[in-house]
Design a protein around this ligand. Sequence first.
Ligand code: CA
Length: 273
Amino acid sequence: MDDLDPHRIVTAARTDRGRLRDENQDCCAEFEAEDGSRLLVVADGMGGHAAGALASRMAIEAIGEVFAGDRASSPEELLRRAFAAANARVLKRGACEPEGMGTTAVAALLRSDGAWVAHVGDSRAYHWRGGALKQLTEDHSWVLQEVGQGRMTAEQAKAHPRRSALLRTIGLDPEVPVDVARVGLAPGDRVLLCSDGLWGELDEAILADALAAEPAASVRRLVALANRAGGHDNVTAAVARVPAARRRPRWGIAGSALAAAIALAGVARWCGA
Ligand code: CA
């Protein structure tokens, strides 16, 4: 829908340590631009002694900075630049870490022309419409590669001890390929971003069911269900809901002043553990 007003997108995000891990190495944040465009980001860090948590936070900060400072690039260029900046920053900092550090990242840029999704690793994006859920990202994981080449079934992949091994990570190499895709949005659609601590615990039917609620209720429920299912890993969910009605005119000084204030502030909301 070309007349989507991004100011009216409703979002919510939640991250949780889970039930077995000592710390939460997931991170998520939302950034908002002057025109109401939103950038939701979820990152799942890896590394010992707090390095994983640092990696996921640094990557999101770098992505948010590029988003805040770049109004000229196309959505795809912007996301590629943002992920390259995140990769450079985590790689540089990781050189000081004895065990190294890295992170996944999945981002959804929600604009009037749809959702632009970028990712590296196995954090996922899903698109929900009328109760049906579609996965937008393909995990950059070793098990998915094995499934693709016929050496493993999807069921075997789910339970495989190496299911978390990634083929692409932010912060590991000087260059990292980033997948970017666009999906059109219709009134009432949802976009879900999540770490593997969510999708690894819950079937898609359960994800789809939880997304029927309002975003704040959805993320609460998703995290609670993942913990009830075992909470084996840190769990993060970020949800955006497209407004159900069509764009209303936004005129007047109050609206412009508010938009200017948001632009100056560079609105960023971090979701806490
Ligand atoms: Ca994880």
